[in-house]
Each structure stands twice: as structure tokens, then as C-alpha cells.
Ligand binder design. Structure first.
Ligand code: ZN
Length: 329
């Protein structure tokens, strides 16, 4: 074999090695990609820094920046917190992102043109949480019940979305109890394109406040709280993982940018209303009624209207991305 052939063989061997993801022994058998490879794939620059004693890498382009830090199971994407399925790991002096987080978080948000579009985004089901015998979260001193607040928010959002040309259904339009399983079932019967469940939070720690938005965890991955089901089974709602991510991100971003609400991030949990959806869907926790100051905000119709406008703006952003992807732009 000639010298040149050996060189070519060596180069081919290196290419295979460099492209081969780092394999990690994890329950979900995830593979990992180095952030330098991710940066190349996305056409972004990677800048290293050290925060405390942790390596941090910022990926940036003229449109986006993504900040990932060693051992952290969240990142920021254009300044919004996005929780990851796996912590970022450090090997050989660089950081690695799990394949699942690359495919289900980074690609949908930074390269949505790679996704295949769902069927539409004009028919929206709003799902005010709780109702009837189920009050949901409460703040007794402020006389707040989540079931009333969620319904009022849903009605306000319905009006705004209808003005913008969407067709909107509510899973309940009065103070009645609806089984959790019936909510996604009804969305399917109405041939929904999007499902948005609306909730408010409560915590025994009354200082806790802020907005968070939930989507389903990818099959085989733990929820953000890390305590729920970790099987490998794919739920029917997992068909929309990438579009769930897009919708959830847009909503979380609009909420924290439009309201005086702190960013608790885009999270993942296998909520019953998300598991069996026939379309992309999210669950919004618009703030903590248990926090007296945030509770007072949420109790005000003007604040809920602002929140409704923020969610409608996010639906518009999603809709624009959907149209761009559908039209191959
Ligand atoms: Zn709730």
C-alpha cells in the first residue's frame, strides 16, 4: 500500500473517531456529542469560560446564544432557562451534550427547518385546569382558587386568539369537574392542532414564585423533578416532542419577558393531560398563588389579560415557525 493510501486510511479512521459520539453508560444509553461538534453542526462559535470552578461554553451566532455549563441539567437559550434531560458532562477538557438533548431541545429551537411539520396550528384547545369539586391551588387569605383563575385566563386567551383568526375550544367553560383523561380525549375529538393546559402553582414555601412551562419528557428520560417514571415506553404525546419544545419555549419566553414573573424554565413532566395528546401540547404554570405578591398579581384581571396576550403572542410565533417549516423556508 502506498504512503498516500495509508494517509487516506488514517484520515478516514480519524473522521470515524471524531464523529463517533462519546458513549456513556446511562440508563437510557444516551450518546453524547462534544459541544465543538455541536457548534460546527449549527454553524455557531463556541467560547469557553470558567464560572466558579465549572467550565462553561457559550455557543453563539448572529441570532442565538446557548449557554451550557459543566454538570448542569439546564441551559439558557437566548436567556430563557431550558431544563435538559441529562446533565452536561465534561470529558477530555470539553463539554458534552446528550444526543437526546441535542435532538429534542437544540435542533427544534435552533434548526426547526429540520423538523417535519405537524398537520396545522389553527385549531387550539385551551384547558383550564381543575374545576368543580377540584379547586386546585388556593390562597385563602387572598381568596384565590386556581380553578377560577385558570378559567378566567382561558376565556380571556380564547377571545384574543379568536380575534387573531384561530378557532378555539375550551375543555370546560364553567366551574365543572372534568376527568384528566377526558381533556386530551376531547382535544382529539375536536381535531385540535395545539393543546394548552392552563394552571397556577402553589408551594408550602411561600417565597417561591415565577412562571414555568411543561412538556412531556422524551421516552426513557426522567422528568425535570427527576422523580417520575423513567421507562423506555414512548407515549403517544411523544410524537410531538420537537413541536412541544418549540411551543413550550415560545410560551415560557413570552411569559417571562411580558410579565413581572421570574423564569423557572421550560420543564418536563409526564402530566396526564400531556401523555396521550394527538397534537403538540404544553402545560403552563403561570405563577404561584401561594406567594402573596405574585398571588395578588394573578388575582388581578389586568395581569391575567397581560398573561393571555403573552401566550397568544407565543402561539403566533409558533404559527410563523410552523408556516416557515411547512413551506420549506
Ligand atoms: Zn393546577
Amino acid at each position: 500500500m502506498t504512503h498516500i493510501r495509508w494517509n487516506l486510511l488514517f484520515l478516514a479512521f480519524c473522521a470515524v473517531l471524531c464523529n463517533r459520539p462519546l458513549l456513556a453508560a446511562t440508563p437510557a444509553q444516551d450518546q453524547y456529542y462534544s459541544l465543538s461538534k455541536v457548534a460546527t453542526q449549527l454553524g455557531m462559535k463556541a467560547a469557553r469560560s470558567v464560572v466558579g470552578d465549572k467550565l462553561q461554553i457559550t455557543l453563539s451566532s448572529q441570532w442565538s446564544n446557548v449557554v451550557l455549563r459543566e454538570s448542569q441539567r439546564s441551559c439558557t437559550i437566548n436567556d430563557i432557562t431550558v431544563h435538559l434531560s441529562k446533565a452536561v458532562i465534561k470529558r477530555h477538557g470539553t463539554l458534552y451534550l446528550s444526543e437526546s438533548d441535542y435532538n429534542k431541545t437544540i435542533i427544534p429551537l435552533l434548526l426547526p427547518q429540520k423538523l417535519s411539520p405537524p398537520k396545522g396550528c389553527k385549531r387550539i384547545v385551551l384547558d383550564p385546569g381543575h374545576g368543580g369539586k377540584d379547586n386546585g391551588a388556593e390562597n385563602k387569605s387572598l381568596k384565590l382558587k386556581e380553578k377560577h383563575l385558570a378559567l378566567s385566563l382561558a376565556q380571556s386567551l380564547k377571545g384574543i386568539l379568536e380575534q387573531r383568526g384561530y378557532t378555539v375550544y375550551l375543555t370546560r367553560s364553567n366551574d365543572t369537574f372534568i376527568e384528566l383523561d377526558d381533556r386530551p380525549k376531547n382535544a382529539g375529538a375536536w381535531n385540535a392542532d395545539l393543546f394548552i393546559s392552563l394552571h397556577f402553582n402553589a408551594s408550602a414555601t411561600t417565597s417561591v414564585r415565577g412562571a414555568e412551562t411543561y412538556i412531556l419528557p422524551p421516552a426513557g428520560h426522567v422528568s425535570t423533578s427527576g422523580s417520575s417514571y423513567n421507562g423506555n415506553a414512548s407515549l403517544s404525546g411523544n410524537r410531538w416532542d420537537e413541536w412541544n419544545m418549540l411551543l413550550g419555549y415560545y410560551v415560557q419566553k413570552q411569559l417571562v419577558q411580558s410579565l413581572p414573573a421570574s423564569d423557572r424554565g421550560l420543564k418536563r413532566a409526564r402530566f396526564a393531560v400531556l401523555r396521550t395528546l394527538n397534537c403538540p401540547g404544553i402545560l403552563v404554570e403561570g405563577g404561584f398563588v401561594s406567594n402573596n405578591s405574585e398571588g395578588a398579581n394573578i388575582g388581578s384581571a389586568a395581569y391575567r389579560k397581560k398573561m393571555a396576550i403573552a401566550i397568544a403572542d407565543a402561539v403566533d410565533s409558533y404559527s410563523r415557525t410552523f408556516e416557515r417549516v411547512k413551506n420549506g423556508k
